[in-house]
Design a protein around this ligand. Structure first.
Ligand code: IVH
Length: 711
C-alpha cells in the first residue's frame, strides 16, 4: 500500500496551481504580469517537486503539464461537435451591401441590423472542448467535420486555460479561436532562426501552423503561440442573448478575444469600422487579413442558419493584401549599422498594402541561395509591420532564360561602403564588413562606442551631435574627433558656446586613457571590456622574439618603420598571430581571429595611427614579469569628490594601468582615498580609519611613482 497523501501536500499543490494559473492568465491573456520570472519559476519548481514526491497528485490541468509530453508517431483525429465552417467573403463594398440586404430580407427586419465587427486573424483555426471546466481536447479544423487531435500541443500554449476561470459554464463547452504568432514574437523567432542558420518562416501563419502541428509537443512549447478566441460551438448554451456577450463571457472564462471588437449598426458603421482597422493595422499586435461582421443577436442567427459551407449570419471582408508580385531589377549588398552585410533586392516599385515598395530584404547569403532569387525574377514580396519588406518566393514559371544565380561570396568580397574585406562570421549565418572604424555605414555606431563610458569616456558626445558631425563631413573616423575646433562645434544644432567648450575639454582629457579602454573603444568584434583588459594585461607576453626591437615590431604589426604608434604593448598585440592570442586566458579561436582580422585591415591600422598622432596615449602596462613592481600593484583606491583635471573614468583608468583597483567604499583594506572638491562622507570615514588621503596633486604624484604626500 502506498502511503496516503498528506493532506497538507494536496492543499499546497492546489494552492500553487491556483496561484500559477492566475499568473499565467495575467501574463499570457491580460499582458499584465505582476511576478518576476524568477518568482514565477520558484512557484512552478515547488509544484514540480511536490508532484514528483506525490505523483498521485498530478492532474492534466496542472501547469506542470504545459511543458509538452513525449513525441508521437502521428495525430489521431477528432470529430467536431458542430462543424467548423468557413466564412463567405466580401471583396468590395457592394458585396457587404448585398450581404446585409439578404440578412434583413431573411429576418424581415424593418430597420438596421446590429453586427459585431472583429478583426479576422490570419492563423490556424482551433476548437477546444472543455468538460466540467477542464480542457479535454483540442482539434484543428481539418475538413470541417474531423480534424487532427493536437491536445498535447495546445496544452503548452500559455493563453489556453487548462481549466476555465470562474464557476459558471456549461458542463460541456466548445470554444473556437485562432492560434497565431504575434508580429513581435514572429520577428524575434525568425531573427533567432536566421542567427542559427535555420530557415526563417515565410509568414506568421506558416510559423503558427508548423508549430502547432509538431509531433513533438516540446517543440510547440518553445514557440510563441497565442490563442485568440472568437466564438463557441453552441452560443446559446452560455445563456446569453448576443454574440458580444459571448465574447465577454469568453474573456471572463480566461481567454483572450480578438482585440478591437465593436457593435455596429448597419452597413455604414461596418464600413467605417473596416476603415479604422486598416488605419490601425500596423499597430495591431498580430496579422489581420480581414474583418468579420457577425449578426449580434443570437436568436436572429438561429433563424438565419447555415449554407453547406458557411453561416448566413457572418461575412469576412478582406483587407488589402500585404503581398504582391513584382520584378527584381537588381540584387545589391547592403551594410547595416553593425557591419552586417546583407543582400537586398531592388524592385520594380509595387504597391503592397497601401505602401509603395521598391526594396526588399533577402536576409542573408544562405537565404538568397535557398530561395535562388535572381536578377530579372518575378517574386512575391511581403510586408508586415514597420520592418523592411521581404522577398518570400520566386515565381519560377516567369524566370527569364538568361537569369543567372547570384552568388554572395563571389559578388561581395569587399564592403560596398568602405572597400574593406567582407567575411563570413563563424557560428552565424551572416557576413560582416571588418572595416569597423572606417566604414561609413558603421561610423555613427563606431564613434558612439569609442566615446562611451567604458571606452574613451568622452562626455557630451551624444547621438545627435555625432550624427551632425558625420553628415557635415567633420568626422570620418574617431581620430577626427581630436581635430575638432570650437568654431566648428559651436555651429552645430543643440550646441552652444559652453557645451562646445565642455566637449573640447572632455576630448582633451580623453587623450589620456588606458590601453584597455583604447582596445575596447576600437569596437573589435567580440572584444568587450573584459577581453580588452585581458589583452592589455597579456600584451607583454606576446612577440617576445621582437623584444627591444621597435622597428621589427612595427613591421610585424604592418606599420611603417616611422609610425606614430610607439606603444610597445599595442604593437605586440597588432603583431600577434591568432595562435599567440589564443594562448591568452579567455580568448578562443573566434575572438583571436576577429582581432587578427581587425588589425590586418589597412583602414583600421590607419585609424590607430591617426589616433596616436592626435595624441591619444596611455601609460604602458608593465611587462608581466614586473607587474608586481607596478607603483600601485594590488592597491585599493577610493575616489571621492570632483577632480579638476580628471573624470572618474580617467582616474580609474590611470590607477588600473598601474596595477591598482578602484573600489566604491572605504574600509580598513583601502590603501588610498583620493579626495577632490566637495568630498563627502567617504573622506570622513577615511579620516576615522586613518587611511592616507591624497589631494589632486598627491594623486598625480602617486601616479608618477613618487612617494605620496598623504596627510
Ligand atoms: S468566425 C462559422 N471570427 O477564419 C465560422 N473566424 O474563413 C465562424 N477567423 O475558420 C468563424 N478570425 O479560423 C471568425 N474573428 C473571427 C476570425 C475567424 C479568423 C478564421 C477562422 C475561420 C476562418 C474562416
Amino acid at each position: 500500500m502506498p502511503d496516503p497523501t498528506p493532506p497538507e501536500a494536496s492543499r499546497r499543490v492546489e494552492a500553487l496551481r491556483r496561484e500559477i494559473a492566475e499568473h499565467d492568465h495575467r501574463y499570457y491573456v491580460l499582458d499584465q504580469p505582476v511576478l518576476s520570472d524568477a518568482e514565477y519559476d520558484r512557484l512552478l519548481q515547488e509544484l514540480r517537486e511536490l508532484e514528483a514526491a506525490h505523483p498521485e497528485l498530478v492532474t492534466p490541468d496542472s501547469p506542470t503539464q504545459r511543458v509538452g509530453g513525449a513525441p508521437r508517431d502521428g495525430f489521431s483525429t477528432v470529430e467536431h461537435d458542430t462543424p467548423m465552417l468557413s466564412l463567405d467573403n466580401a471583396f468590395e463594398e457592394g458585396d457587404l451591401v448585398e450581404f446585409d440586404r439578404r440578412v434583413r430580407e431573411r429576418l424581415q427586419a424593418p430597420g438596421e441590423v446590429v453586427y459585431t465587427g472583429e478583426p479576422k486573424l490570419d492563423g490556424i483555426s482551433l476548437s477546444l472542448t472543455y468538460e466540467d471546466g477542464l480542457l479535454v481536447r483540442a482539434g484543428t479544423r481539418g475538413d470541417g467535420r474531423t480534424g487532427e487531435d493536437v491536445t498535447a500541443n495546445v496544452q503548452t500554449i500559455g493563453s489556453v486555460p487548462l481549466r476555465l476561470r470562474g464557476g459558471e459554464y456549461p458542463s460541456r463547452l466548445e470554444v473556437r479561436g485562432e492560434v497565431v504568432i504575434r508580429s513581435e514574437d514572429f520577428e524575434k523567432l525568425n531573427a533567432e532562426r536566421l542567427e542559427a542558420g535555420e530557415r526563417p518562416f515565410a509568414n506568421p501563419r506558416n510559423a503558427a501552423a508548423g508549430s502547432l502541428r509538431q509531433l513533438d509537443p516540446r517543440i510547440t512549447a518553445r514557440r510563441p503561440l497565442t490563442l485568440f478566441t472568437f466564438g463557441v460551438g453552441e452560443p446559446l448554451a452560455l445563456d446569453v442573448a448576443t454574440h458580444s456577450e459571448v465574447l465577454d463571457r469568453l474573456a471572463a472564462l480566461g481567454f483572450r478575444t480578438t482585440g478591437p471588437i465593436e457593435r455596429l449598426r448597419g452597413v455604414a458603421e461596418c464600413l467605417s469600422y473596416r476603415q479604422r482597422l486598416i488605419e490601425q493595422r500596423e499597430a495591431l499586435p498580430y496579422e489581420v487579413d480581414g474583418v468579420v461582421f457577425k449578426v449580434d443577436d443570437l436568436t436572429a442567427r438561429e433563424q438565419l442558419g447555415f449554407t453547406a459551407r458557411a453561416p448566413r449570419w457572418a461575412v469576412a471582408f478582406k483587407l488589402p493584401a500585404r503581398e504582391a508580385t513584382t520584378v527584381v531589377r537588381e540584387i545589391l549588398p547592403s551594410v547595416g549599422r553593425t557591419g552586417k552585410v546583407t543582400p537586398l533586392a531592388r524592385l520594380e516599385p509595387v504597391e503592397v498594402g497601401g505602401v509603395t515598395v521598391s526594396r526588399a530584404s533577402l536576409h542573408n547569403a544562405d537565404e538568397l541561395e535557398r530561395k535562388d532569387v535572381r536578377e530579372g525574377d518575378t517574386v512575391m514580396v511581403r510586408r508586415a509591420g514597420d520592418v523592411i519588406p521581404e522577398v518570400t518566393t520566386v515565381v519560377m514559371e516567369k524566370r527569364p532564360p538568361q537569369a543567372r544565380p547570384w552568388r554572395f561570396e563571389e559578388r561581395v568580397a569587399q564592403c560596398p561602403e568602405c572597400g574593406s574585406a567582407v567575411v563570413r562570421v563563424e557560428g552565424e549565418a551572416a557576413h560582416r564588413c571588418i572595416g569597423g572604424l572606417s566604414c561609413p555605414a558603421q561610423l555613427e555606431g563606431a564613434i558612439l562606442h569609442f566615446a562611451s563610458r567604458r571606452a574613451l569616456d568622452i562626455d557630451g558626445l551624444g547621438e545627435k551631435i555625432v550624427e551632425q558631425l558625420i553628415s557635415k563631413g567633420m568626422v570620418r573616423d574617431p581620430a577626427d574627433l581630436f581635430h575638432l575646433r570650437h568654431a566648428q562645434l559651436a555651429g552645430l544644432e543643440r550646441m552652444g558656446d559652453k557645451s562646445a567648450d565642455n566637449l573640447l575639454t572632455s576630448l582633451e582629457r580623453a587623450r589620456q586613457t588606458s590601453l584597455e579602454r583604447f582596445l575596447y573603444g576600437l569596437g573589435i568584434q567580440h572584444v568587450g571590456d573584459v577581453t580588452a583588459r585581458r589583452l592589455a594585461e597579456a600584451a607583454y607576453r606576446l612577440r617576445c622574439d621582437l623584444e627591444g626591437d621597435p622597428g621589427g615590431l612595427r613591421q610585424a604589426a604592418g606599420l611603417e618603420p616611422g609610425s606614430a604608434v610607439s606603444s610597445e604593448a599595442l604593437l605586440r598585440l597588432m603583431a600577434a598571430s591568432a595562435e599567440e592570442l589564443e594562448a591568452i586566458e579567455d580568448i578562443g579561436p573566434v575572438v583571436a581571429r576577429a582581432i587578427v582580422g581587425f588589425f590586418a585591415e589597412p583602414h583600421n591600422r590607419r585609424v590607430i595611427e591617426r589616433l596616436r598622432a592626435a595624441g591619444v596615449h596611455w601609460p604602458e602596462p608593465l611587462p608581466s614579469a614586473a607587474a608586481t613592481e607596478a607603483p600601485l600593484a594590488g592597491a585599493s583606491v577610493v575616489l571621492t569628490g570632483t577632480l579638476a583635471g580628471w573624470t572618474r573614468g580617467q582616474a580609474k583608468a590611470a590607477i588600473e594601468a598601474r596595477g591598482g583597483r578602484v573600489t566604491g567604499s572605504v574600509s580598513r583594506r583601502t590603501d588610498y582615498v583620493v579626495a577632490g572638491e566637495d568630498a563627502g562622507s567617504k573622506l570622513d570615514r577615511a579620516r576615522q580609519l586613518e587611511i592616507p588621503i591624497l589631494d589632486e596633486a598627491g594623486f598625480q604624484a602617486l601616479l608618477e611613482g613618487a612617494p605620496s604626500d598623504a596627510d
